[in-house]
Design a protein around this ligand. Structure first.
Ligand code: THU
Length: 133
């Protein structure tokens, strides 16, 4: 990925973060996912008084993309906190449903980031292949 594409994805995640609904944790998260089509979809975390019903920013972005018909992804950026924030385990698992992609972990502000891959964050993920036979 070009540096300019990474910076753009981070800035869209940071912008989405501003819409976070997180009255319980106070931890606002934004995500932006780049589909193979070239389109970018964003999401933010949405919390619930029934805490377990909370949806993370990454899954909000992913499901927006899937709802628009996307199935292949190049990269996702996550933006939260004072230092680069990694996606949680549940989000890693749902992202893995769609195969390998670059994961960019960023803070709420600034261009600083960690660039990694989904397979590094979730090696040996359970996939559809494991459900056969
Ligand atoms: N959260 C995300 O949106 N993404 C993550 O990967 C980590 C956790 C949200 C869920 C909850 O609203 C808040 O951050 C604190 O866990």
């Amino acid at each position: 990925m070009k540096k300019s594409e990474i910076i753009n994805l981070i800035s869209l995640a940071q912008k989405a973060r501003k819409n976070s609904y997180s009255p319980y944790s106070g931890f606002a998260v934004g995500a932006a996912i780049l589909a193979a089509s070239g389109k970018i979809y964003t999401g933010t975390n949405c919390e619930s008084a029934s805490y377990g019903a909370t949806v993370c920013a990454e899954r909000a972005a992913l499901t927006a993309a899937v709802s628009a018909g996307e199935r292949r992804f190049t990269a996702i950026a996550v933006a939260a906190g004072q230092k680069p924030t990694p996606p949680c385990g549940i989000c890693r698992q749902l992202l893995a449903e769609f195969g390998e992609m670059t994961v960019i972990c960023a803070a709420a502000d600034g261009d600083g980031h960690i660039e990694t891959t989904l397979s590094k964050l979730l090696p040996d993920a359970l996939t559809n292949n494991d459900l056969k036979g």
